[in-house]
Design a protein around this ligand. Structure first.
Ligand code: CUA
Length: 152
């Protein structure tokens, strides 16, 4: 009868919705996995030749630029060596995941985001050694991620 046909049509529609929703969420699951792979894949810092060789470079009489790479689970260069009575601009990047760059005992402290460059300028007066630590959780060995900054 007309009524039964209508009911059958409604049933087909409902099943259709369920299939669509299920398929849709599976599809979403797959695309979420793709997204996290994108985040995990190296931000291509190899194309940025400033970071090809992490280093400290003199750019003025007492001015220096430090190109620092934070990666699981080290800082490069290590140690970072800068002269006393200098002004140092740090450029810090990460090729893998989010790290932190914190010079212990100073307010030099930044988040390091893959593919982005964090910049800060710091003045160093006297010769001394600082610890450098990662203060953003970055994986199983996060707590071991540390380096040295020597003012010489
Ligand atoms: Cu790198 Cu925590």
């Amino acid at each position: 009868t007309y009524e039964k046909a209508w009911l059958a049509a409604a049933l087909v529609l409902i099943v259709g919705f369920i299939v669509t929703i299920t398929y849709g969420s599976v599809g979403l699951g797959i695309s979420m996995i793709d997204d996290s792979e994108e985040v995990m894949s190296p931000g291509d810092i190899s194309e940025d030749d400033r970071f090809g060789e992490p280093r400290v470079e003199q750019v003025g009489e007492n001015e220096y630029e430090a190109y620092v790479v934070a990666r699981t689970f080290i800082f490069q260069p290590d140690p970072i060596e800068v002269p006393a009575n200098s002004e140092v601009t740090f450029y810090v990047t990460s090729p893998d995941v989010i790290h932190g760059f914190s010079v212990v005992g100073t307010n030099t402290n930044t988040m390091v985001i893959p593919g982005e460059v964090s910049t800060m300028t710091v003045e160093f007066d006297e010769a001394r050694e600082y610890g450098v630590i990662c203060h953003e959780y970055c994986g199983s060995q996060h707590h071991t991620m540390e380096g040295k900054l020597n003012v010489v």
